[in-house]
Design a binder for this molecule. Structure first.
Ligand code: NAP
Length: 255
């Protein structure tokens, strides 16, 4: 399996759960080699195998190199997890936010996964067409979005637009790849404790105390990893284009 942005945070949580299943995990990262190396050590300790590959998902050549490195090591790809993503450099009001911030966010969080999925999907279709099936069954694709796919946060519109776009990416690829038996899923986390949310920890601690969502705790990378592991095991065979909320019930409307 190939997990983008797997050195730290949610991606690492996914890598560790897949390692427990015995997956070989390609740990992609953008710049923090120490974190990626540490993740790979943990993957090995958990029973998996793998390698680290530095590649910027926003860069076309890096995306091609990332897939090539995966195929060079394992000769096939059975699971893509589009996880890599960034928060805005600064949270800016919708009426003030810059085009530069928008371009950065869209390139990394939306355009990168869109075209990486295209590249990997072609490879998966080719594997299916030649009748090559891996130990975990037919290939699958998972994209990590966010409650921001449908929750309007006016201080990070670019992030929300990118996540809403990724929700459609899942619908599109689910529709396109169904004829090959390649299922496509969206995993939609709520507020998860990682470095991305470290700067707003107090704000969310307060919201949790007030009961802003039903399960009154932070989500963890393991929570997200376990949802992805259920997909990776093939436990949702008659579901595609499906959204799996991992958000402590944030999406519920209550009265
Ligand atoms: P994080 O702790 O900041 O980790 C981000 C990871 O993505 C790192 O491994 C980083 O690599 C990698 N990355 C960043 N830009 C990249 C690029 N251009 N190419 C390749 N890799 C790149 O973030 P996180 O909280 O785990 O978030 C992971 C995903 O979950 C994101 O898509 C985020 O939007 C989503 N999400 C997070 C939350 C939350 O509350 N934390 C909630 C919902 C959704 P380096 O280590 O090399 O920098």
């Amino acid at each position: 399996s190939l997990i983008t942005g797997a050195g730290r945070g949610i991606g690492r949580g996914i890598a560790l759960e897949l390692a427990k299943l015995g997956h070989a995990v390609v740990v992609n990262y953008a710049g923090n080699a120490a974190a990626a190396d540490e993740c790979l050590q943990l993957v090995r300790t958990a029973g998996g195998d793998g390698l680290t590959v530095r590649a910027d998902v926003a860069d076309r050549e890096d995306r091609a190199r990332l897939l090539q490195a995966t195929l060079a090591a394992y000769g096939r790809i059975d699971l893509l997890v589009n996880n890599a993503g960034v928060a805005p450099d600064v949270r800016a009001d919708l009426l003030e936010a810059s085009e530069a911030s928008f371009d950065r966010l869209i390139n990394i969080n939306l355009k990168g996964p869109y075209f990486l999925t295209q590249l990997v999907a072609r490879q998966m279709v080719e594997q299916v067409q030649r009748g090559s099936v891996g130990a975990f069954g037919l290939p699958r694709i998972v994209t990590i979005t966010s409650v921001s796919a449908y929750t309007a946060s006016v201080n990070r519109g670019d992030y929300c637009v990118a996540k809403a776009g990724l929700a459609m990416l899942t619908a599109l690829y689910a529709a396109r790849l169904a004829e090959y038996g390649i299922n496509v899923y969206e995993v939609r986390p709520g507020v998860i404790e990682t470095e991305m949310t470290a700067g707003v920890k107090e704000k969310y601690d307060g919201l949790i105390a007030q009961g802003a969502w039903p399960l009154r705790r932070w989500g963890t990378p393991e929570d997200v990893g376990r949802a992805v592991a259920a997909i990776a095991r093939g436990d949702l065979p008659y579901s595609t284009g499906e959204v799996i909320n991992v958000d402590g019930g944030f999406h519920l409307r209550t009265l």
